[in-house]
Design a protein around this ligand. Structure first.
Ligand code: GDP
Length: 457
């Protein structure tokens, strides 16, 4: 999302780095470049103005720190100010003292509300909550169905004016509004959550293609009827400059407690993301980064600033790893290695699967510091590589996995056929594996713990 902005800012800092001391003229030139980069990224003008004013002032007043050279000081100031416009602190979801916590979603049609409802429900469920989804979007009959599908994928129940997967989806007149009262459905949904002891209830509401009085009034009415603990305004980060006006209209019409940025995986210029917190005075709480239910993150302003400045987001990376990794498995593996037992292809397969659980490798690698400089290589990274390796190992017999040395020419050809790869690919994998195995042996001897995975990846 922030690639181009990120490149521009990194370049600006690189130019600074060659200077020992910074004159006022140097600082002004830098601030000008930053201003241009932000405007080109579609950041709202008042936000840019305030941002550059702060950066200039602080850079000039030379916050002297023995640990940092002048260029590093400017980077630190820009980082601090980015964190500030992104909202400062991470803002966690406020849970109600007496459940259920009522969360209402609002936003334009296509913003990603329904998808977000599923993502949020899944994340809450994983934290031990028992969410109920409520389909109060009666504007598009398909929306009810879509929410039912999302709920099923997330493994959470849904409260709908009529069961999902019924005639609504097949109805040729599916664009006609459902007969029903969205305010009533929302109210009943919350009552249902209370009766069935769900501790969180997420109410999906109708969006229109544009800002519209009736829509606003309906959302405001729902808000009044269910007095939500949180109203999350979902905004498509790809819509550029329009985002700011849309956000302002919703802030005036419905008001909200937090923002969710969706489609942050897209290649828009990111200005919306950088403007919305400042312009509305509401925190960005979550980010949606893809179509899968797991493409969802808590929004941390400081980590996002780090990513924009290409300083990496190692904390998020570690969290994703912790979520995906099975600690019991990891301990077993560590014991195995420590006891000098052989690391087998079956173990290798387990590690591959854990890597895959972490989600897109590209996304993960992109969170490492300095990766912005390697974007081209990163773009060439083929996510299917992990699948290929898995297919190869799966095409081996248990005996072959235990002792790859028995893999001769005809076995190799069979494995290549079975996995839809080539004899060459099988060879490459066996080579890499044998290196990994040696490494594991050395670690075992030294009593160390194995790392995340075989060095071959
Ligand atoms: P709603 O009308 O606000 O409920 O929006 P939907 O949840 O139906 O989303 C509209 C479209 O955007 C769907 O095709 C979603 O799959 C897609 N979408 C939602 N969130 C994301 C995201 O974070 N990234 C990407 N790439 N697509 C998304």
């Amino acid at each position: 999302m922030f690639n181009s902005l990120s490149d521009r800012l990194t370049q600006t800092f690189k130019n600074l780095r060659s200077r020992g001391r910074l004159s006022e003229a140097d600082i002004d030139a830098t601030v000008r470049e930053i201003r241009r980069a932000l405007l080109d990224a579609d950041v709202a003008v008042p936000v840019v103005r305030e941002f550059t004013r702060a950066v200039r002032e602080r850079s000039l007043s030379a916050e002297v720190s023995g640990a940092l050279n002048p260029a590093q000081q400017v980077v630190k100031i820009v980082n601090d100010e980015l964190v500030a416009i992104l909202g400062g602190q991470t803002r966690p979801l406020h849970l109600a003292k007496t459940p259920p916590t009522v969360i209402m979603l609002a936003g334009l049609q296509g913003a990603g509300k329904t998808t977000l409802a599923g993502k949020l429900a899944l994340a809450l469920k994983e934290q031990g909550h028992t969410p109920l989804l409520v389909a109060a979007d009666l504007q598009r009959p398909n929306a009810v169905n879509q929410l039912s599908v999302v709920a099923e994928r997330a493994g959470v129940p849904v409260f709908a004016p009529h069961p999902g997967n019924t005639s609504a989806a097949d109805d040729p007149a599916a664009d006609a509004p459902l007969i029903g009262d969205p305010v009533g459905v929302a109210r009943d949904g919350v009552a249902e959550a209370r009766a069935k002891l769900h501790d969180v209830v997420i109410v999906d509401t109708a969006g229109r293609l544009g800002i519209d009085e009736v829509l606003m009034r309906q959302a405001a009415d729902i808000r009044e009827a269910i007095t939500p603990d949180e109203v999350l305004f979902v905004i498509d980060a790809m819509i550029g400059q329009d985002a700011v006006n849309t956000a302002k209209s919703f802030a005036d019409g419905v008001d909200f407690t937090g923002v969710v940025l969706s489609k942050l995986d897209g290649d828009a210029r990111g200005g919306a993301a950088l403007s919305v917190a400042q312009v509305t005075g509401r925190p960005i709480m979550f980010a949606s980064t893809g179509e899968k239910l797991t493409d969802f993150e808590v929004f941390h302003p400081d980590r996002m600033a780090s990513r924009i400045l290409d300083m990496g987001d190692v904390l998020t990376l570690i969290e994703q790893a912790e979520k995906a990794f099975d600690t019991e498995q990891a301990e077993k593996m560590a014991q195995k290695v420590a006891s000098g037992e052989d690391f087998t292809l079956a173990d290798f397969l387990v590690q591959m699967q854990q890597l895959k659980n972490m989600g897109s490798m590209k996304k993960m690698l992109g969170m490492l510091p300095g990766m912005g400089q390697m974007r081209e290589q990163l773009d060439q990274f083929d996510e299917r590589e992990v699948d290929r390796i898995e297919a190869i190992v799966r095409s081996m017999t248990p005996a072959e996995r235990d002792n790859p040395k028995i893999i001769n020419g005809s076995r190799r050809a069979r494995i290549a056929r079975g996995s839809g790869t080539s004899a060459n690919a099988v060879n490459q994998l066996l080579d890499r594996f044998s290196q990994a195995q040696k490494m594991m042996k050395q670690m075992g001897r030294g009593g160390g713990m194995p790392g995340m995975g075989p060095g071959g990846m």
